[in-house]
Design a protein around this ligand. Structure first.
Ligand code: NDP
Ligand code: GDR
Length: 343
């Protein structure tokens, strides 16, 4: 008998990597897929697994489709990765974000209670819940103070997961994951925006890369390492919450600087705040420019997580370091742009 897993958000970055991991372990993998005007299975195709996953129509705001997905998949492990996950959009669409990212979590938990209360549940919680930092290194015990409608919605998802574990004895765990990136990262997120733009500039398809706050600091890891932690959480006898992070933090500016070197630029920074420019010493051209339009109404200045519990209890370690991550993403976008696959 193979194990059956259901992944919401299977077309996203993490959903695709997790599906690949579970298929490799012999699981039958089902994914909830929302109806869109265009095909959203690009990442599954890029990993060569589109034909191996079983896609079920459904939307995170529609309880009935989640119940049907539980029935059809006969899943014993449910990974709830679906969300409106872009922080900046959550100020423009706060109510959609509350519903898709927040209250949908209780619907998935209800679908589990109705169809199979023994199924194990993973909730994709986030370091954005910490927001305004109150401790230098964030752990499972750090108080929360979200700084965006996205963070607030995720906090609801986090606590309802804890509550269903405590109220109904569900095997429900919440992974508080810090930023994790990859060549499959959405192009609106800063790391991928940087690598794609630099590749396009290198190939003469774009003039300049415009960014917001270059001084924000993030604890960036590789998505492939982080989906392994999700799976490990559901293999534990006891459901619990875990911080998954690298324990290092880097500025957006440093990410740009390192990616630029991989792309063959040598950046010199001039100006301050909204007047900042990154100029290529070799060509004298402005490659990076700050545009305050990308500043956020409330910023999370710095995140740095403590993965000690995950290391001890799950035996989890990251395999890809920061420099290797930047290089992997930059090389992937240079290849894509050179091959006409990303315009
Ligand atoms: P993505 O934005 O890449 O993927 C989000 C997924 O959710 C997509 O498959 C999307 O489908 C799906 N989705 C959105 N709205 C709906 C809806 N109404 N009904 C059904 N599906 C929907 O996110 P990531 O893969 O990066 O992240 C996975 C999860 O982990 C998210 O919940 C995110 O908030 C959380 N997280 C991510 C971190 C990170 O650094 N990546 C860190 C911490 C938490 P479609 O393709 O159709 O849009
Ligand atoms: P984040 O990721 O908000 O941390 O959420 P994002 O890459 O969007 O921003 C990281 C930091 O970079 C700064 N920044 C910019 N960001 C974007 N997107 N575009 C820009 O031009 C830009 N310039 C500077 C931001 O201000 C911010 O400080 C991600 C998502 O995956 C969430 O779903 C997840 O929960 C958290 O990571 C952990």
């Amino acid at each position: 008998m193979t194990k059956h897993a259901l992944i919401t958000g299977i077309t996203g970055q993490d959903g695709a990597y997790l599906a690949q991991l579970l298929l490799g372990k012999g699981y039958t993998v089902y994914g909830l897929i929302a109806r869109r005007g265009t095909d959203t299975t690009g990442r599954l195709h890029e990993l060569g697994i589109a034909d191996q996953v079983r896609l079920l129509d459904g939307d995170l705001i529609d309880l009935s489709s989640m119940i049907r997905a539980m029935e059809k998949s006969q899943a014993t492990e449910v990974y709830n990765l679906g969300a409106q996950s872009f922080v900046a959009t959550s100020w423009d669409q706060p109510i959609l974000t509350a519903e898709v990212t927040g209250t949908s979590v209780v619907k998935m938990l209800e679908a589990i209670r109705i169809v199979n209360p023994k199924a194990r549940f993973y909730q994709a919680s986030t370091s954005e819940m910490f927001g305004q930092i109150q401790e230098p290194l964030q752990s499972e015990r750090t108080p929360f103070h979200p700084r965006s409608p996205y963070g607030v919605a995720k906090l609801y998802g986090h606590w309802i997961t804890v509550n269903y574990r405590e109220s109904f004895g569900l095997h429900a765990s919440s992974g508080i994951l810090f930023n994790h990136e990859s060549p499959l990262r959405g192009t609106e997120f800063v790391t991928r925006k940087i690598t794609l733009a630099l590749a396009r500039i290198r190939h003469g398809l774009q003039e300049v890369l415009e960014l917001g706050n270059l001084d924000a600091k993030r604890d960036w890891g590789f998505a492939g390492d982080y989906v392994r932690a999700m799976w490990l959480m559901l293999q534990q006898e006891q459901p619990e919450d875990y911080v998954i992070a690298t324990g290092e933090t880097w500025t957006v500016r440093t990410f740009v600087q390192k990616a630029a070197i991989c792309a063959g630029f040598d950046l010199e920074w001039q100006g301050k705040d909204e007047k900042t420019q990154g100029i290529d010493r070799k060509s004298g051209k402005v490659v990076v420019r700050v545009n305050p339009a990308f500043y956020r109404p409330a910023e999370v200045d710095i995140l740095i997580g403590n993965p000690a519990k995950a290391r001890e209890k799950l035996g989890w370690e990251r395999e890809v370091g920061f420099d290797a991550l930047v290089q992997m993403m930059m090389e992937a976008d240079l290849r894509r742009v050179a091959g006409g696959l990303a315009q």
